[in-house]
Ligand binder design. Structure first.
Ligand code: NAP
Ligand code: MG
Length: 405
């Protein structure tokens, strides 16, 4: 019997991208999506050429469409640097599309590894994914700093709305020259971050951990701790109890020790710098950047799904020369399934959500059957490994998907 194609009520925002991931994008659609779904997407071409042609308006438009519809899927995109200016003959060094989209959606990025048999985390106790949520505003990333001459004095000066001033001595540099740094954060941004984390925990039914150094930073870090607790007490205590999940606060050094000893399966919310450092540690320890997904969640629940890796430029140049490639499409495929599942849940479209589950399972089964791309073949501990090319891998997934449908 022929498969009756799945219909979609509401459009999904589709953000196309660059280089090898753009090639993979089309292959995923052709091989694993359009034969089974009447794909209803609102398409935005965020490829660098079109961003340049539209004066980057297309990036803004895609973010606004995401606000409107609630769910987007994004392909990796080039963030231009000097070399790209020449390569693409650009009018301007356009900003990172992810930065632009994040600013419009006011979102938090959650990064989670895809676990598969044969790829063992470096930490043997880790059995389930650890999702890192990084606060992407302020602190040292928007700091002001200076070198200080010996004999100087550094102070914090706050001028209040009524003109009165408040002064705090940072240090008296009587005996030595040194350095000084000023940084800030905003209650509103911290609260948005907290809400995004609590909502994502509810969505994925995982505990939420948050950690700062509030014992040392009694005002700055303590403010983060207090805002998280206030938001939790006000709006999430009951929802968490109903979902059977917990909110857990501890000191950052204690959190690090617990994470290493844990079996995973929770969300770890981090301040900006901690998240920068810890997300690389966690990604590396789980084995592969090509198996890392990323989702941007806005405080109102709007989601944009993508792979954590870039456009895999080196593989693209091989592809352009007509050489065979073996690029891992799993994280990009999971961006699609994440977005389709979310769209299905929001629209009460269970066929669509089920399809996403089955497609993910088919991809994992393929790898666990020993069929995988070169990056995983080099790491897998499975006995019979068959290294396949970019397109062959997607076709191997298709064979398993068809059996499950
Ligand atoms: P990358 O695309 O993540 O690739 C770095 C290396 O990691 C690759 O050369 C490859 O190693 C390996 N790799 C990453 N993803 C892989 C996959 N799916 N399958 C197999 N191997 C994979 O980072 P990049 O080369 O530094 O950056 C390229 C472009 O991506 C840049 O223009 C950057 O601006 C952009 N970028 C975009 C995003 C985003 O849109 N979210 C994020 C990061 C970077 P081997 O070469 O050893 O095989
Ligand atoms: Mg980092």
């Amino acid at each position: 019997m022929a498969f009756e194609k799945i219909q979609m009520k509401t459009p999904l925002v589709e953000m196309d991208g660059d280089e090898m991931t753009r090639i993979i994008w089309q292959m995923i659609k052709d091989i694993l999506l359009t034969p089974y779904i009447d794909l209803n997407t609102e398409y935005y071409d965020l490829g660098l050429e079109n961003r340049d042609k539209t004066g980057d308006q297309v990036t803004v438009d895609s973010a606004l469409a995401t606000k409107k519809y609630g769910v987007a899927v994004k392909c990796a995109t080039i963030t231009p640097n000097a070399a790209r200016m020449t390569e693409y003959n650009l009018h301007e060094m356009w900003k990172s599309p992810n930065g632009t989209i994040r600013a419009i959606l006011d979102g938090t990025v959650f990064r989670a590894p895809i676990l598969v048999k044969g790829i063992t985390p470096y930490i043997p106790t880790w059995k389930k994914p650890i999702t890192i949520a990084r606060h992407a505003y302020g602190d040292v990333y928007k700091n002001t700093e200076a070198l200080v001459e010996k004999g100087s004095k550094a102070e914090i000066l706050i001028t209040k709305p009524d003109g009165t001033q408040e002064k705090h001595l940072i240090h008296d540099y009587t005996d030595s020259a040194g350095v000084v740094q000023g940084m800030h954060n905003l209650d509103g941004s911290i609260e948005s971050f907290a809400r995004a984390c609590f909502n994502f925990a509810l969505d994925t039914k995982q505990d939420l951990w948050f950690a700062t150094k509030d014992t040392i930073s009694k005002k700055y870090d303590h403010r983060f701790k207090d805002i998280f607790q206030e938001v939790f007490d006000k709006d999430y205590t009951r929802k968490f109890a109903e979902a059977g999940i917990e909110y857990f606060y501890t000191l950052i050094d204690d959190a690090v020790a617990r994470v290493v000893r844990s079996e995973g399966g929770y969300i770890w919310a981090c301040k900006n710098y901690d998240g920068d450092v810890m997300s690389d540690m966690v990604a590396t320890a789980f084995g592969s950047l090509a198996m890392m997904t990323s989702v941007l969640v806005a405080p109102d629940g709007t989601c944009e799904y993508e792979a954590a890796h870039g456009t895999v430029q080196r593989h693209y140049y091989k592809h352009l020369k007509g050489e065979p490639t073996s690029t891992n499409s799993v994280a990009t495929l999971f961006a699609w399934t994440g977005a389709l599942r979310k769209r299905g849940e929001l629209d009460g479209n269970s066929r669509l959500a089920d399809f996403a589950d089955k497609l993910e399972k088919a991809a994992l089964d393929t790898i666990e059957d020993g069929v995988m791309t070169g990056d995983l073949a080099a790491m897998s501990t499975l006995p019979n490994i068959q290294k396949v090319g970019t397109e062959e891998f997607l076709k191997a997934i298709q064979v398993r998907l068809e059996k499950a449908l």
